[in-house]
Design a protein around this ligand. Structure first.
Ligand code: PLP
Length: 423
């Protein structure tokens, strides 16, 4: 046996052992997996379909057919019901602090505007240049509309935002610090507690984007003293394409903040149809209009599944999948010019691992053609996302073996260098 073949066998045996010892292994059977051969490494963009969601959505459609408008007796509290499952089972928050609402982009606008309004006289919003595009655009627009300065901290795109660089941007003029908890490109985890403490020390509020955190890592909202947060349910929470987002407002802050979109779902005695807007004092004041019921049921099932698995176990397996992937990449892919573009330490990394290669786009197309689905992110990054509840170590092995074979044969060069509309 040549040394390299020995290595191959080694990693496969290791993957099988890790799968056999995985306490979450049985959760894979709770998902619809029509093609067992497809290696899906993009659960951080769109999670798989849980079987319970398929059943629940069929039932919800039948309820609509049979109950018609009477269904709203139940549907009216759905957004809060999902919020409570998220608060207690996925995010470290309390019931009544999380509600399903709108999209992450819209929630960012609502919460950031409310925060700025609550800090009159302060002229600055702080974010970083590696924040997700929608976050940066929303904050740019808000700063322009309110005549504020958007102070953009420089961040290493592979290592994530540093507490020190945020601290340097803080002063008594800062109203809000808005960052992503897990960086969308590198998967780097920000120090939520330290950044929040630094912001509070100058009297600023914090707003965290949890899109890549929720259902992947521990999110210590409560112990970190976080003020505001929002995030997607269609990534690690497996709620399906376009499922509604969630938002979090710390209990002690709810009465004090007023969001800019005055909709009737925030109104006191909503069905009195009162003349003037008079928002309730609870979290419901951050709701706007009629919630998407089908998407909310999908979010309920997705959140319940993660809560049942336990976010501690989910985070641990995610870190182990990442560590395994990094070990295999170091051995197999570094010789072909791939470099790790994520933090090496498991405690500093979320649910995905990113690799740098000048031809990453061509590799991502070649992988897809071979039945392995990763995604590509600018510039030159190949992202391998692990849906912890259904991704096996053997899937990571198969995906990386395929990537190594493509690199060895050079077959990726047959794919266009020109980027597609969706990457
Ligand atoms: C996916 C993602 C979003 C998407 O926001 P939408 O409003 O759902 O399009 C926002 N922020 C981050 C960090 C994301 O990863």
């Amino acid at each position: 046996m040549t040394p390299s073949l020995y290595r191959v066998a080694d990693f496969l045996a290791q993957a099988r052992e890790l799968d056999a010892a995985d306490p979450l292994a049985a959760f894979r059977d709770r998902f619809v997996i029509p093609d067992e051969r497809l290696v899906y490494l993009d659960g951080n963009s769109l999670g798989r379909l849980p079987t319970s969601t398929r059943e629940r959505l069929h039932r919800a459609i039948d309820e609509w057919g049979a109950d018609l408008i009477r269904g709203w007796d139940r549907w009216i509290t759905l957004a809060r019901e999902v919020g409570d499952v998220l608060a207690t089972g996925v995010l470290e928050a309390a019931p009544g602090e999380v509600v399903l609402s709108d999209s992450t982009s819209v929630n960012l606008y609502k919460l950031a505007d409310a925060a700025c309004a609550a800090r009159p006289g302060r002229r600055v919003i702080v974010t970083d240049d590696d924040n997700f595009p929608t976050d940066r655009y929303i904050l740019q627009g808000l700063a322009e509309a309110r005549g504020l300065e958007l102070r953009v901290v420089k961040t290493d795109i592979d290592l994530g935002v540093s507490v020190e660089s945020v601290r340097e941007a803080l002063d008594e003029d800062v109203a809000l610090v808005s960052l992503s908890h897990v960086a969308y490109r590198s998967g780097a985890v920000a120090d939520m507690a330290a950044v929040t403490a630094a912001a509070h020390a100058v009297g600023a509020l914090t707003l965290w984007d949890l899109s890549h955190s929720a259902g992947a890592v521990r999110v210590p909202l409560r112990s970190a003293g976080v003020d505001l947060a929002t995030g997607c349910t269609y990534k690690h929470l497996n709620a399906g394409p376009g499922a509604p987002a969630f938002l979090f407002v710390r209990a002690g802050l709810q009465r004090e903040l007023r969001q800019p979109i005055w909709g009737w779902f925030g109104q006191r005695e909503q069905f009195d149809m009162g003349a003037a807007y008079d928002p309730v004092e609870t979290l419901d004041r951050f709701q706007v209009g009629t919630p998407p019921v089908l998407g909310a049921y999908a979010a309920l099932e997705g959140a319940r599944l993660t809560a049942e698995a336990g976010i501690g176990a989910v985070a641990e397996k995610g870190a182990a999948l990442g560590a395994y992937a990094i070990e295999v990449c170091d051995a197999w892919l570094a010789p072909y010019g791939f470099a790790l573009a994520s933090p090496r330490s498991g405690t500093r990394r979320g649910g995905h691992v990113t690799l740098h290669h000048p031809r990453a786009w061509q590799f991502s197309q070649a992988l897809r053609a071979a039945g392995v689905v990763p995604d590509f992110r600018t510039p030159d990054r190949l992202r391998l996302g692990f849906g912890t509840l259904y991704t096996r170590f053997a899937d990571v092995y198969a995906g990386l073996a395929c990537l190594r074979d493509i690199a060895a044969s050079g077959s990726h060069r047959e794919f266009p260098e020109q980027h597609a509309r969706v990457t």
